[in-house]
Design a protein around this ligand. Structure first.
Ligand SMILES: [Zn+2]
Length: 400
């Protein structure tokens, strides 16, 4: 009898522990859901039955006439991405697909294009950085590079469609916490993708979940073979945006650059990977007034993550720690060791990139170095004052 009682008690303890962990899990899920914008079409792996139709349909999607001035400006990295409402950004994206001849060449239904874009918008979350405006920036930079480097003369229209569509979809449903967090916190995404680029795999999966909806399928007119190529191309490009693979991708590109060959498919794929990487982290290419607010947005997202990591007892990366990072220190390293070297290699293939994209990067690096010097001088001054006060207090104490 006693043995049975002990066994039963033991089972109860196990059950209580299980309930506790279930409650914890449910709390986390609820918190995760509450951070999303309330949108019936929000795609979630937890809710497989939910449809991916846009929350508004096309008739209520206001028509924006883009002025000739806007249309011209849209082709350049100097375009001010902060001036526009989501609906206006949607119209700009729509314009790019028409202007590049993608609507015509792939027989995209113009209404489907509008619906697809609406659904894309609805599936970006309201994060400080990884939001729909970031998606717009990356795509607009891609559009600028296509124009600046005359990529339509070098690439097939399929490649142009892959570049643009991968840019539009590359951060879909980003939760605002990076891969390191996903892996360390053992989130659902990390478990699903076995710690291998969980976020990028998710962005890509959501992209094709959207395409799978007939009313949003911009690829409904392409044949099976073309669809396969486009799908593979988009997957490769979105997965290439994982910065953990930066060195690997750049090394492979450098190797091919020694004798770059546009008729070699591997070479072209590698170039496309570098192009989307360039656009993804291209904020500093933009004029200072446009670029600088993005640094604050990124730090806000980083601090949100590091605060959460601290509270959950997870490791914190120094570059995300609000006690360790400042705007200039964050930017100088990134510009010197990531951005500038990458754009320098691209310049070898496209000399026109130097003046339009590299020059602003050099200027930005110099500006942040100046700002850092001012920061350092102020800190030193502060320390000296602090030291002086201590000395003064010591002498006063001695006198007393
Ligand atoms: Zn991105």
């Amino acid at each position: 009898m006693l043995e049975k009682k002990v066994e039963l008690e033991g089972l109860k303890v196990v059950e209580i522990e299980k309930c506790k962990s279930d409650i914890k899990k449910m709390r986390e899920e609820m918190a995760a859901r509450n951070t999303r914008i309330n949108c019936p079409c929000k795609y979630s792996f937890l809710d497989e039955n939910k449809k991916l139709t846009p929350r508004r349909d096309v008739p209520s999607y206001p028509k924006y006439m883009l002025s000739q001035e806007t249309i011209e400006a849209l082709r350049k990295p100097t375009f001010d991405v902060w001036l526009w409402e989501p609906n206006e950004m949607l119209s700009c994206l729509e314009h790019m697909y028409h202007d590049l001849g993608l609507v015509k060449d792939f027989n995209i239904n113009p209404i489907t294009l509008k619906r697809w874009l609406l659904c894309i918008h609805d599936n970006y979350r309201n994060n400080p950085f990884h939001n729909f405006r970031h998606c717009f920036c990356v795509t607009q930079m891609m559009y600028s590079m296509i124009s600046l480097c005359s990529l339509q003369e070098k690439f097939s229209q399929i490649d142009i469609l892959i570049l643009m569509t991968a840019a539009v979809c590359h951060d879909l449903d980003h939760p605002g916490y990076n891969n390191t967090y996903q892996i360390n916190a053992r989130t659902e995404l990390a478990v699903r993708y076995n710690d291998i680029s969980p976020l990028e795999n998710h962005h890509c999966a959501v992209a094709f979940q959207i395409i799978a909806q007939p009313e949003c399928n911009i690829l409904s007119s392409v044949d099976q073979e073309q669809f396969k190529r486009i799908r593979q191309g988009i997957i490769t490009l979105i997965l290439a945006t994982d910065m953990a693979r930066h060195a690997e991708i750049l090394d492979s590109f450098k190797e091919k650059m020694e004798k770059f060959d546009y008729s070699n498919e591997e070479h072209v794929t590698c170039l496309k990977m570098v192009l989307i990487k360039c656009c993804d982290i291209s904020n500093e290419v933009r004029p200072m007034e446009v670029a600088e607010p993005w640094v604050d947005c990124l730090l806000e997202e980083y601090f949100m993550q590091s605060d959460r990591e601290k509270s959950e007892g997870l490791p914190v990366a120094p570059f995300m720690d609000r006690d360790k990072v400042t705007k200039p220190t964050a930017q100088i390293g990134f510009l010197k060791f990531v951005l500038i070297p990458m754009f320098e290699i691209v310049t070898k293939l496209f000399p026109e990139v130097e003046e339009v994209m590299l020059q602003p990067l050099w200027e930005s690096r110099d500006r942040y170095e100046e700002l850092k010097q001012i920061d350092d001088a102020m800190k030193e001054n502060c320390a000296a004052k602090h030291h002086g006060t201590l000395q003064y207090m010591a002498t006063m104490t001695e006198k007393n």
